[in-house]
Design a protein around this ligand. Sequence first.
Ligand SMILES: [Zn+2]
Length: 397
Amino acid sequence: MLLRQRENKMWDELIGQEFSVKALTQAASDAKSSLTGKVLPGFSQAWLITGPPGSGRSTAARLFAATLQCEQDGCGKCVSCISVNNSTHPDVKVITPQGLSYGIDDTKDLVREAAMLPGLGQWNIIILEDADRLTTEAGNALLKAIEEPAKLTVWILCAPSSKDVLITIKSRCRIISLRTPPADEIAELLIKRDGIDKAMAHFASHASLGHVGRAKLLATDEQVRDRRSLVLQVPFELKDLPNCFAAAQKLVDAATEDADIATDEMDEKELSNLMRAYGEGAEGVTKRKIEKLASSAKKELEEGQKKRYKRITRDRLDLTLQELAAFYRDVLVLQSGAQLDLFHSEMKGSIQRFADSSSINSTIKRLDAVEATRRMLNSEAAPLLVMESMTVQLARA
Ligand SMILES: [Zn+2]
């Protein structure tokens, strides 16, 4: 069945993914038929959306959920579409693992949620972001619910790539693979949607390494641009060992500071919500009584916050490493004479000087060192040690 031309622009937010958009809108249309008893091949109750960070996994999951709940083809204007897009639809739950992993305790509520019928919408939809963080036990606990979902439940899992997801889970899902959106299309989105001027949009779309959300931040936030400049100075600073240690410290400090900024406000708000739930501010309840009642919930909250802080710090460091990898990749492009766009084109002059003063061989070793560091960051190793080991390797390559 051919879908009629969509009049709305809801899916325009997901750029550079025409193939996936077609598959998902078709699936939503087939889902509608399945509600009337007609089973069409495009629909499944378990989906896995994969794609590199910033390619739009969460956006794709949300738009798909909205299209499933919409009475039409995902009009973008009805109450269902709007409430899914505002994250207020009661039958669309978005689960975002907070820590480095998502354990079996976290899945209990989820299994219960998955067994429920929708209250308002057509489907009970569960979006599980970062499904690659599921532990084996948690994956096994979810397996049955995904394999034999309740009649009106739809699972939408998201992960960087299908090989990051437990094989048992993956084999039950229909897979949608997003690609890194082309820089030109990101630039166009920034110009059209956010009113950013052409030169800035062009710079930000390349500097973002294909990450749409980051492109907007780079275009609109001077502090984010400064942070990127600080990272990209590092290759030039690694002249001796003391400088290597100093550079590693600088990168870790920057990541922790970013994590502080990202979490402080959230932490505070969560704590005050919790205390209010336990009666803070109500008449006739003493502070001591509330502290006592809330103590175990408070401890649990703080543990969750600690996990989240650790994950955000590591995510920031990973971004730093991607930027460094892109720098050495740009060096390699210039050294090899390949006709490709640079990610960090605004610093072409200094990248050229770096390329002239080093060999292709050492650039490849440096790229390997950065990639190895990215893998090590996923372990429990202390970030500072991992970064120091990298800066020393970069200097010696
Ligand atoms: Zn709608």
